[in-house]
Design a protein around this ligand. Structure first.
Ligand code: KG4
Ligand code: ZN
Length: 344
């Protein structure tokens, strides 16, 4: 079964065709990042306009690259939530029109669930149940994936996502948008022990995250240094920040895996490209004999192959939509119950 995936939740217009949820036949991404760079972050109205301009060509390219016609596609999967509402609406409206015109099933996909599915594209042996750590610019979440379409949240951020913390600190350090990658690069030459950064704990919620305190600490440190005419070693500060974020993500994920009895962990989302996060989690998993899955770097960030993959499993589970499908800026995961206490 071949699913056409469409993604437009933030600043990437993407389309892909994936066979049986696992094999990429085409994967096209038109990134707007360079355009948003001059504003230091994504400008929502600009993003919507660029999606409108790009989507037709991107979908056409995805069909061409896979040597397929629309008639040969078995279903159209689209990110409907969460994200920038205007941006999401472009993909959702386009997918609805396409599904109606071509008489194909329309399959709604939650963006965060799509990120988790990126691992299916590289690791054929990965199957639920497993523990997912999904870390991006908008989300930080530990979820038990009990079957392909049931995600039980164990921990989530109480404020900023890890990616937002990377990006806001990077901006204050005068790195270009999106800053996570620049922090990663600078950190390679830095000493993580040169700065002591706060490690947040949330009383009574051992698996929840909070990154706003860390972000504020770094921004204040930079402002203070500027006012006192002191120099900040950007490489050292980047290394300290990256190590702190990697340690927090690793510690809470391992604690959740131990508490809930999971020995298989799958990391995903834009921040899963971070070398420090990958290394810290890999080391912790190796020490315990856990198996860690991570997407290829190219599939860590937003793409439509992951949406087509999750779309395939949604379709098998009977999750389809009609023309009343609407975009949603925020939405819980499928099958989610926040007070879930189960294990495997
Ligand atoms: O998944 P994604 O492409 O979009 C969202 O769904 O938010 O994630 C984007 C985030 C941004 O915050 C970006 O700075 C971060 O992923 N990111 C990184 C790296 N590459 C991308 N953060 C740290 N290190 C990286 N190498
Ligand atoms: Zn994303």
């Amino acid at each position: 079964m071949r699913i056409l995936g469409i993604e437009s939740s933030c600043d990437e217009t993407a389309a892909a065709i994936v066979e049986d949820g696992r094999k990429i036949l085409s994967n096209v991404i038109a990134s707007q990042a360079a355009e948003h760079q001059k504003y230091g972050g994504v400008v929502p109205e600009l993003a919507s306009r660029r999606h409108s301009e790009a989507i037709l060509g991107v979908v056409r390219q995805a069909l061409d690259d896979s040597h397929m016609t629309l008639e040969e596609v078995d279903g159209i999967a689209v990110t409907f939530a969460p994200g920038l509402i205007g941006a999401l609406l472009v993909g959702v409206s386009y997918a609805k029109g396409l599904a109606w015109a071509a008489k194909k099933p329309l399959i709604p996909v939650h963006h965060t669930e799509g990120h988790a599915a990126a691992n299916y594209l590289l690791h054929p042996e990965l199957k639920p149940p497993y523990l997912a750590l999904i870390v991006s610019g908008g989300h930080t979440r530990i979820a038990a994936v009990t079957d392909y379409t049931t995600f039980q949240t164990i921990g989530r951020t109480r404020d900023d996502a890890a990616g937002e913390c990377f990006d806001k600190c990077a901006r204050a350090m005068q790195f270009p948008y999106p800053g996570g990658l620049h922090i990663d690069r600078a950190a390679q030459n830095g000493d993580p022990k040169a700065y002591r950064l706060p490690h947040t704990k949330i009383d009574g919620s051992p698996y929840d995250f909070s990154f706003s305190g860390l972000k504020t600490y770094v921004v204040n440190l930079l402002h203070h240094a500027e006012q006192c005419h002191e120099t900040v070693n950007r490489a050292d500060l980047a290394a300290a920040l990256q190590t702190q974020i990697a340690n927090v993500l690793t510690d809470k994920t391992i604690a959740a895996a131990e508490a809930y009895g999971y020995k298989t962990i799958a990391l995903s989302g834009g921040v899963s490209a971070n070398t420090g996060v990958r290394a810290a989690l890999q080391k912790a998993c190796d020490e315990r004999g856990y198996t860690l899955y991570m997407p290829s770097i190219a599939l860590c960030g937003d793409n439509a192959a992951m949406i087509a993959s999750q779309g395939y499993y949604n379709f098998l589970a009977g999750i389809t939509a009609d023309e009343s499908l609407n975009a949603m800026a925020s939405k819980e995961l499928h099958g989610e119950s926040v007070d879930w206490k189960g294990g495997i």
